[in-house]
Design a protein around this ligand. Sequence first.
Ligand code: AMP
Ligand code: ZN
Ligand code: FE
Ligand code: FE
Length: 282
Amino acid sequence: MHSLQNVNLDQFKADLHSHTYYSDGSASPKELIDHAIEIGLSALSITDHDTVDAYVEAIPYANQKGFCLVSGVEFSAIFKKRNVHILGYGLDIHHPFLHSFCRLQQSRRKDRNLRMLEKLKRFRFEISENDLEELEKLHRTVGRPHIANIMLQKGYVRSIQEAFSIYLGDGRCCYEQGDTASIDEVIDVVKQCRGKVFLAHPHLLQDGLFVKEVLQHDFDGIECYYARCPKEKERRWLKIAKERSLLISGGSDYHGTMKPHIPLGCSWISFEDFSRIFSVCL
Ligand code: AMP
Ligand code: ZN
Ligand code: FE
Ligand code: FE
């Protein structure tokens, strides 16, 4: 991690949730770092879905700019047939186990994407395997947002939101869960790579009882500050974090033009929470 010695700790802001075009964001790693510097963030984590490949380009660039970039990743898991997103921080991004797990997740995604394309064909939405392979030239991880984007470009839907709410969203008619990792499998990988494990955007799981069940797994922390999540919801997760002695994370879940209503840095954590996760000594 780059030195934080020149940072004013009272004004410290770390956005620990962002995506590049290595997954379903629109910015390159360099563009994302430039953007973070421009808006005055003190630290950033790139948390692409199922890949850490953005760091190959991001680490030397952050070092050159004297910017504090911390390692991160977002994995999908299934628990009781529901999608749970898990963030890993501070992991050794060169760990071979991490790379083999990312490859496994990506191949699971490919199978799942093909199954979703089959379902979409029933509605005469013609998206070919080749269309997805084209996307793989730019994106390491291809998922539902990319499929939604193709549907928009081909004029099958009027918006990404429509693609999700009618066809691709969890449980919708063209949704496929696919063969996905369990929560324990993801936790094990992140911990073997010396990372800390956080439950991402718990409010998207909607039901509080389910969140409590999910948190019975060996999480280190919970994402309490998220995108434009209302303050009262944040308070709920902060309370749970305190009761269970969990670490606190937060970030914007920035996806660039893929989610234009969410600006980088709209959620962030203070130096106090940041230093508990990354054991910073000044
Ligand atoms: P996947 O990784 O293929 O399961 O796709 C999940 C991603 O799709 C999430 O990270 C979100 O960025 C996006 N997503 C999920 N549900 C919706 C929704 N209802 N509207 C827009 N984007 C969504
Ligand atoms: Zn995403
Ligand atoms: Fe997520
Ligand atoms: Fe995300």
